[in-house]
Design a protein around this ligand. Structure first.
Ligand code: URA
Length: 202
């Protein structure tokens, strides 16, 4: 096995056995993430596994995941080309929002390491928890559908949008999410061209 693959498997194994925060107590399965690990263009980061994800050990396999898959497909993106993970890897009780110390523990031990290893060119954040974690912003209305450079993760490019679950509460957001996700291939192209320019390739 090559080094990236073995390092990713090592993190996955650690996540599956993790007891660093109280969320481990209620889980059936931890959900490390899923997707390609070489030449990764897009990483999608949600909030936390829900009931179906906890049972399956895979991210976004419930109704929100099905909606996400279909919106990605409409935008010409196949789920198999993106790496999907979450801010926290274990399901919070009754799907409550993860607490600050749970976010800090899980991201500092796992998500940051996944990003370092997989080096995604663009990180699409779904929902308020991922938006706040990566960009410090709290206003989704002002920040969705735009390329955001993070102050925290040097050189990383973020594209925040709504969480698919928000559409079940407010149907009018479906078109907004669709429109945002349709922009991703163009935003990715821009980010790649900028990267190539910086390295003197173009
Ligand atoms: N919601 C999330 O944020 N992540 C999942 O994996 C499933 C639902």
């Amino acid at each position: 096995m090559d080094t990236t693959a073995s390092k990713v498997s090592r993190i996955d194994r650690k996540i599956k056995k993790c007891t660093l925060c109280p969320l481990h107590k209620g889980r059936t399965n931890a959900v490390p993430g899923d997707g390609p690990i070489h030449d990764l263009n897009i990483m999608i980061v949600g909030e936390a596994p829900g009931r179906n994800e906890d049972l399956a050990g895979k991210p976004f396999v419930g109704s929100g995941g099905k909606l996400l898959d279909s919106i990605l497909k409409e935008a010409g993106l196949n789920r198999s080309e993106v790496y999907i993970t979450n801010i926290v890897k274990c399901r919070p009780p009754k799907n409550r929002k993860p607490k600050t110390h749970e976010v800090e523990t899980c991201t500092s031990n796992y998500l940051e390491r996944q990003i370092e290893l997989l080096k995604p060119k663009l990180i699409c954040t779904l929902g308020a928890t991922a938006l706040k974690y990566f960009t410090g912003e709290t206003n989704m209305g002002e920040n969705h559908g735009k390329l955001v450079r993070s102050k925290k993760n040097d050189g990383l490019s973020f594209f925040p949008t709504y969480h698919p679950a928000a559409i079940f509460r407010n149907r009018s957001l479906k078109e907004v999410l669709q429109e945002d996700i349709r922009k991703i291939p163009f935003v990715l192209k821009k980010v790649k061209e900028e990267g190539a320019n910086k390295q003197g390739i173009v």
